[in-house]
Each structure stands twice: as structure tokens, then as C-alpha cells.
Design a protein around this ligand. Structure first.
Ligand code: PMP
Length: 431
């Protein structure tokens, strides 16, 4: 009898286990299934590469990101998981939110982390703030404007651009002309253009956009924490950053903040937000920003939230002013050192240089990759190359967060100096 009832229990899977027999019920009442023939598909073997320990070199990441994480951040990310709605975890989320409000200098209620890297935060800003057919004005002076414009087109928005070459920034007059001509609902600028190494001045831009009934969106992935930023005072409506730059945490949770104006635009949309995952109304609820009980939207990236909490705590302990000063001093040391080596910087105007990422021109006849390979081989230091129009023409050196120290800058300069000498002394390495 017991055997029969066990048979009935497994009946729905009979077709799958056609080639199997039932072994009689044992004392515990359990049924065993044993396969007789090999009608199942052939199993691929487990990958051999996973049968040995992970190969893991230590590197000093002095490119445009990620930057190295301090031990306290790495240790935090190794802590045991909590449930993503447990009170102890939502308390940590509240601490992260307070840290983001500090880093952005905002009291915005809608301040959250998007589960994803900087691109996730970009997608969130785009998909929430724009409806199909609406016009967005993208100030493009490098890769990030291009990429944001691409996202807007995919979301059905009408993209208008003002374009400057990499290494140049926009003036208030440039933006005003674009506002007058295109009457956009949203203006996008990149605060720290990591591809062109520019620092976009933001003062006055928010007020200007509001004069023309437009919202201002700022990409501060490569700048926040490293340079002055006052989201409320500068009337920025939406802003995002990443974890893996000045915050020195692993990529995975990205801060986003919306002003009341931006929030009202989202709440008054005529069409649904196209992305469920990045819907700010859901995210605001999950991050405890809407006054109602937190509901399940998705499982937050728990370890990444622990890590960014520690990255933000580091910034809070150091203080924003101190952090801005450290980044500036280290960047100036790099700029002067590079010039002493006879190298030219991509951005001429000092005020427009981004301290967090510096573009250094590759001298005529030198292959950038040879020098960067030398730095990696000899010093385990990452020095990156250029992107887009600057590919092969510049090196990009990142000085961000935990890595912003005079010792690290000296190491980069030494690697550049020796790398250039070794390349110049070796005709085969020259272009
Ligand atoms: N914006 C800027 C200015 C960036 O520098 C980056 C990263 N290099 C991003 C957006 C995208 O961030 P992520 O690579 O973390 O998706």
C-alpha cells in the first residue's frame, strides 16, 4: 500500500523518468528512483577552470575606475547576508541613504541606490524622467553624453544635442541657446567626463534650466566626493553616481537622487515607466522614501549595500571638504609631474580639469599601450588609454577615493617616466 501511494506521488514526473525504476519504499517511507538506461542528454563535464583556486593578482587601479577598495569595505562585503527586508538591513539602507544625501549635499526624499552599476543609475534616470516623444537636450563632450543619448532614443524620447570636443566644457550661454532652440523637458550634463577628463561647471545651470521649464540631470559618477557638489543649492533635479570611483566600493549599488520637481514629473507621467526594475516609485518605497511600509520589489544586492555603506562612512569620517582637497592636491601633483616629464594634458584650462581622472596626451611616435604595459608589468599599476576620438591619443590616470594618495601619484609618474624611456630606447616599440 505504501509503495502504491508513493507511486501516485511521483506520477506527474513519470514521463521524465521513463527510463527509471522505483525501488521499494524503505523503512522511512521514502521512495528511491534509480536510472537504468541513459536516455537523458549527455551531461557536459564541470569546467576544469573552476577546479583550481581563483588566480588573483594584486593591482593598483589608477585608471578611470574601478579604484581599489580599502580593507574595511572589502570586509563589509564579506559579512553574512541578512534578509533584504529584515529590520537590521533596512537600518543599513537608511544609513546608506543618509550617506548619499551627505555626498550629494541634498535633502531629497527620493534618494536611493539602484541595484546595478553606474549604467543602471543612468537607465533609471532616463526611463523615469522621459516619456516617449518628449525632448531631451544632451550636452555631449565625450562618451557619457553619447551613451545617455542612446538610452533616451531607446526610450522613445527626441534627442537634441549640443556637442563639444572631448576636453572642453559647456558655458551657460551654450546651454541657454540649446534651451531656447529645443525647449527640452530635460537637460543632461556630465559633471566629471571620465573620457575627456573635464570638470563641467554646474553653478547656475539648474536655475537656467528652471527658467525654461526644464529639469537638470547630472551624471556625477566620476566626480561625486572628489570635487565640490551642492545638489540642493545648485538646483540639480536628478543626479547619480557610482560606487567604484571616489566611494571606493565595488560596483553594484549606485546612488540616485531626485528633487521634488523630478519626483513630481515622475508621479504625473501620462505613460507608465518602461522599466519595472528601475521604476523610481518602487525603488523609493523599497528605500523607505515614501512613508509607507517597504514592500518586496526585488532582492537588494545585500553585500554591495554593506560595501557602499562603508565607502560612504569613510567619506563621512574624512569629511567632504577634506576629500575634495585631497583629490585636488594629488591631481595637481600629477599635473605638475606630467608636465615636468614633458607631457601635455588634454584639458588646457586648469579650472576645467577633473581631479579624479586626468587625460595625458601620448607623445608623437609613442604607442600608449607599450607604456601602460610597462607600468603594469613593472609596478602592477593600471594606467588606461583613451576612448572614442581620444583612443590611442591619451592615457587616463584616475585618482579616486582610497587611491588618492601622494605615494600612488608618485608611482604613476615613475611608471610613466620609466615606461617612456624604455619605449623610446626600443625602436620596435615606437609607432
Ligand atoms: N558615467 C561616467 C562619467 C563614468 O565614468 C562611468 C564609468 N566609467 C559611468 C557613467 C558608468 O558606470 P559603470 O561602468 O559603473 O556602469
Amino acid at each position: 500500500m505504501r509503495g502504491l501511494s508513493a507511486l501516485r506521488v511521483i506520477a506527474p514526473v513519470k514521463s521524465v523518468v521513463r527510463s527509471c525504476v522505483l525501488i521499494p519504499v524503505n523503512k522511512t517511507g521514502r521512495v528511491h528512483i534509480q536510472c537504468l538506461s541513459t536516455k537523458m542528454p549527455t551531461l557536459s563535464p564541470p569546467p576544469q577552470s573552476l577546479m583550481k583556486p581563483m588566480d588573483f593578482p594584486q593591482k593598483l587601479l589608477m585608471g578611470p575606475g574601478p579604484s581599489n577598495c580599502p580593507p574595511r569595505v572589502l570586509n563589509a562585503s564579506a559579512l553574512p547576508l541578512l534578509g533584504h527586508l529584515h529590520p537590521e538591513f533596512t537600518q543599513i539602507m537608511d544609513e546608506v541613504k543618509a550617506g548619499i544625501q551627505y555626498a550629494f549635499q541634498t535633502k531629497n526624499q527620493w534618494t536611493v541606490c539602484v541595484s546595478g552599476t553606474g549604467h543602471g543609475a543612468m537607465e533609471a534616470a532616463c526611463t523615469n524622467l522621459l516619456e516617449p516623444g518628449e525632448t531631451v537636450l544632451v550636452c555631449e563632450n565625450g562618451l557619457w553624453g553619447q551613451r545617455f543619448a542612446d538610452m533616451c532614443t531607446r526610450n522613445g524620447a527626441v534627442v537634441q544635442k549640443i556637442i563639444k570636443p572631448m576636453g572642453q566644457v559647456f558655458t551657460l550661454q551654450d546651454v541657454e541657446a540649446g534651451l531656447q532652440q529645443h525647449k527640452p523637458v530635460l537637460v543632461f550634463v556630465t559633471h566629471g567626463e571620465s573620457s575627456g577628463s573635464t570638470l563641467q561647471p554646474l553653478e547656475g545651470l539648474g536655475q537656467l534650466c528652471h527658467k525654461y521649464n526644464s529639469l537638470l540631470l547630472v551624471d556625477s559618477v566620476a566626480a561625486c566626493g572628489g570635487v565640490p557638489l551642492f545638489v540642493d543649492d545648485w538646483e540639480i533635479d536628478a543626479i547619480y553616481t557610482g560606487a567604484q570611483k571616489v566611494l571606493s566600493a565595488p560596483p553594484g549599488a549606485s546612488p540616485v537622487s531626485f528633487s521634488e520637481r523630478a519626483k513630481n514629473k515622475v508621479l504625473n507621467r501620462k505613460t507608465p515607466i518602461r522599466s519595472y526594475y528601475f521604476d523610481m516609485t518602487h525603488l523609493a518605497n523599497y528605500w523607505g522614501c515614501d512613508g509607507s511600509a517597504r514592500r518586496y520589489h526585488h532582492t537588494g544586492p545585500i553585500s554591495s549595500v554593506y560595501a557602499i555603506r562603508e565607502g560612504l562612512a569613510r567619506l563621512a569620517e574624512e569629511g567632504l571638504e577634506k576629500s575634495w582637497e585631497t583629490h585636488r592636491k594629488c591631481a595637481e601633483m600629477l599635473w605638475e609631474g606630467a608636465e615636468k616629464l614633458g607631457l601635455e594634458l588634454l584639458v588646457q584650462e586648469k579650472a576645467n580639469r577633473l581631479p579624479c581622472v586626468t587625460g595625458i596626451k601620448v607623445p608623437e611616435g609613442v604607442n600608449w599601450k607599450d607604456v601602460s604595459d610597462y607600468a603594469m608589468k613593472t609596478y602592477k599599476v593600471e594606467i588606461s588609454g583613451g576612448l572614442g576620438a581620444q583612443a590611442g591619443k591619451i592615457w587616463r590616470v584616475g585618482i579616486m577615493g582610497y587611491n588618492a594618495t601622494p605615494e600612488n601619484v608618485q608611482k604613476v609618474l615613475r611608471a610613466l617616466d620609466e615606461g617612456l624611456k624604455s619605449v623610446r630606447g626600443n625602436p620596435r616599440s615606437q609607432l
